[in-house]
Design a protein around this ligand. Structure first.
Ligand code: HEM
Length: 160
């Protein structure tokens, strides 16, 4: 595993970094660039539909990158033998952050699907509650956690 990692290190680290860029950057762009623009739409139904549709696209785009992030993380854990170094706690912290971000992602997918069904039935209140929770708390939470993981990654790259 170490030999494989050392041979393909540049590609593995690149895939890890680009995955973080797409996942965290995608959430920032949707939440702080697209979302305020959607809020200008006057009709509540159309507004919620646009938000729901954009979230669906984002969740589909980031899905493979979430997977690539964790696969490359496992390759780096093995390749750098992180578990047997003084930096294992930081490794565990990054694993924990990825896990919380992934669970939050699954919850957001579930909530968005619920909102989409509610919109079809004309139930704007349920749709607004489901989507509101995603925009107000869950996306900002994942952006914060992702930023911490990126900082820990920068620390890692300065010591390995
Ligand atoms: C799942 C557990 C994770 C592990 C074990 C892990 C491990 C690492 C390691 C060892 C590096 C240094 C690579 C090198 O320079 O050779 C790194 C860099 C990086 N990680 Fe992670 N990572 C994990 C999760 C994450 C997550 C969740 C994100 C963000 C969403 C992330 C974003 C980054 C970024 C952006 C870098 C590059 C930093 C730089 O080069 O300055 N990582 N990671």
């Amino acid at each position: 595993m170490t030999e494989f990692f050392l041979e393909y290190k540049t590609y593995i680290v690149f895939l890890h970094v680009i995955s973080a860029v797409v996942w965290v950057g995608g959430m920032v762009a949707l939440r702080y660039a697209a979302h305020p623009s959607f809020m200008e739409i006057e009709s509540p139904g159309q507004r919620l539909e646009r938000v729901s549709h954009a979230l669906k696209n984002l969740f589909i785009i980031v899905a493979p990158f979430i997977l690539i992030l964790v696969v490359t993380a496992v390759l780096m854990i093995k390749g750098y033998s992180i578990s047997s170094t003084d930096y294992k706690t930081i490794g565990y912290a990054k694993e924990g952050i990825w896990t919380v971000m992934f669970i939050a992602y699954l919850v957001m997918v579930y909530r968005r699907n619920k909102a989409a069904k509610a919109l079809v039935q004309g139930d704007f209140v349920t749709a607004k509650n489901q989507l509101g929770m995603i925009g107000r708390f869950m996306v900002p939470l994942n952006i914060t956690l992702g930023t911490i993981a990126i900082f820990l990654g920068s620390y890692f790259s300065s010591v390995f």
